[in-house]
Write a protein that binds this ligand. Structure first.
Ligand SMILES: Cc1ncc(COP(=O)(O)O)c(C=O)c1O
Length: 533
């Protein structure tokens, strides 16, 4: 414990003083106070009211088995009554088996109820409440698909698409920075921040983006967000009205579709080929769109890099159509066979592109930190919308990440991961070609943290992915990434989290899962067609 007057980190006037921990303040109970009210004027004696109150909280499951209850002294103080009725009630609850006392640690709700009493079913109580009366919700909320993580999104390990090499993150350094910021906590870190985020982090990110991604930007154009998803949502709210038409990649990232659906926009699926988004097809079919959502560096899930001519065509069209381009640059740090490709935003001379990036791939997704680079004339509108949504991003990890970037750890980590992921990708491509060569086509392996294998016709990718998930192989099926009918079936395989040594076994395992699927398919075909006579 800190001594009286000790200031963590010292001298700076804005630092938080831990005087309140010096032991001069009365000890405050750490138990939660249950909702109990007593009425001094009621005919029923106080101890009976307290007894009844606890009994119904326990039977109704508002107080859970094993949960600690306040000490008699604390409860008496809280209810502003003498301790005697509380002691009488506690004695009875103990005698009847609702409470149990643990010497030295306090009084607790008993783990099993007295024989004659039954728990109320908490769920049925909630359900009754939900079904009473009209419960209208918005059409947009009703239309969003329910949150039910698919089997292939449930585990960590081989082929997980969103999983970076977590064991390679320099957590010793990270922890040191976290500790530094805990120890030197300043009052300014606890108040509301601005809607655009922590200025030193905005500066670090703008330096990084100008250098590594050729993004045209100044720190005042950078907004810190809680990942690409929030960036997509804010951009949609700023740029589009309900009913507006927006191009999305087909197949594409399903969470972009959800962000647009949640805002009531209409989706215009534009096909993707080996040169990325087919801009001519988009113009022909949906020339009146107001926005284009695109991942030109590494399209999800087919992995194409948008060609230079398509990029210029898209910028040109957007300029003339008065449309916005939202560039999702989610994993462009990792490129293996060629030089890094500059961002689309860097090519744009008309401030039409909103650039989005994330730390989910370069660090870890639970960090929930990402950024948007806004055209200068829209900064004020983005700030206003963000303020209305969640006021400002949480401060603490912004400060940690700023040091992580400014002290060179971020650049070093990316450089190391580029090498490591490059080796893992090569191992995966070689093993896939060797073991599954004839039955698959590999696409999108030039960049990022995953590649996609296209399957021979007849094989249903969701069946394979479900079967694989039961074997703890986390491959994602391609078909659900189409808004319309799936043109191809395939599997998206992450390689960042699978070591070179583990790859042969994992691919062998996948092969047997696929073979099993093939066998099931031919049995099914035979039974539907019937025996050939
Ligand atoms: C296309 C695409 N964009 C963005 C992201 C990252 O999203 P977030 O930053 O919200 O974690 C992902 C994650 O898998 C992705 O596939």
């Amino acid at each position: 414990m800190l001594r009286r007057g000790v200031v963590a980190g010292n001298i700076h006037s804005g630092k938080i003083c831990y005087d309140h921990l010096d032991g001069t303040v009365k000890k405050v109970p750490s138990t939660l106070s249950p909702v109990l009210a007593v009425d001094r004027k009621a005919a029923q004696p106080l101890h009976r009211q307290i007894y009844d109150g606890f009994r119904s909280l326990i039977v109704g499951r508002n107080l859970g088995a094993g949960q600690q209850v306040p000490s008699s002294r604390a409860l008496a103080a809280e209810l502003k009554i003498s301790r005697i009725p509380v002691l009488t009630a506690y004695a009875q609850l103990l005698a009847e088996g609702y409470f149990e006392a643990h010497t030295g640690s306090g009084t607790f709700v008993c783990r099993s109820l007295p024989d004659h009493v039954e728990w109320k079913d908490r769920r049925s109580a909630c359900v009754t409440a939900i079904h009473s009366g009209a419960r209208p919700i918005s059409r947009l909320a009703a239309e969003l698909p329910p949150y039910q993580p698919a089997p292939w999104l449930r585990g960590l390990g081989a082929f997980n698409v969103g999983q970076a090499a977590f064991d390679q993150i320099p957590f010793q350094i990270w922890t040191r920075l976290v500790t530094r910021h805990c120890r030197n906590l300043q009052a300014s870190a606890l108040r509301y921040g601005g809607p655009l985020g922590f200025q030193p982090l905005r500066e670090a990110i703008s330096t990084y983006l100008r250098t590594a991604r050729a993004v045209h930007c100044d720190s005042h154009q950078v907004m810190i967000v809680t990942g690409s998803q929030q960036a997509l949502e804010i951009s949609t709210r700023v740029l589009l009205d309900p009913g507006n038409l927006a191009w999305i990649e087909e197949p594409g990232y399903w969470l972009t579709r959800h962000a647009l659906n949640a805002a009531g926009c209409r989706l215009a699926p534009v096909p993707v080929d080996e040169e990325g988004l087919d801009v001519s097809a988009g113009i022909k079919r949906w020339g009146n769109a107001k926005a284009v959502f695109v991942a030109p560096s590494h399209q999800f899930p087919l992995g194409a890099t948008m060609s230079a001519s398509r990029r210029l065509q898209l910028l040109e069209w957007a300029h003339h159509a008065g449309a916005w381009i939202i560039e999702d640059d989610y994993d462009s740090e990792y490129r293996y066979d060629s030089m890094p490709i500059a961002s689309l935003q860097g090519l744009d001379s008309n401030a039409r592109v909103i650039y989005i990036g994330t730390f989910s791939k370069t660090l870890f997704p639970s960090l929930r930190l990402g950024y948007v680079v806004m055209p200068p004339d829209l900064v004020d509108r983005f700030a206003a919308v963000r303020r209305a949504m969640d006021i400002a991003p949480p401060h603490f990890f912004q400060a940690v990440l700023t040091d992580f970037m400014n002290e060179g750890h971020f650049a070093r980590h990316i450089r190391r991961m580029r090498q490591l992921y490059g080796q893992r990708r090569t191992a995966l491509v070689e093993n896939l070609s060797e073991k599954l060569g004839d039955s698959i086509e590999i696409v999108g392996a030039e960049a990022g943290m995953y590649l996609t294998i296209l399957l021979s016709s007849g094989i249903r990718d969701q069946d394979v992915a479900e079967r694989a998930a039961r074997e703890r192989l986390w491959v994602q099926p391609l078909s659900p990434t189409y808004l319309g009918d799936a043109v191809r079936h395939g599997l998206v395989l992450g390689f960042a989290s699978t070591s070179v040594d583990e790859v042969p076994k994992a691919v062998g395992h996948l092969k047997s899962v696929m073979n099993e699927g093939q066998r099931a398919l031919s049995v099914q075909r035979k039974t539907t067609i019937g025996p050939v006579r």
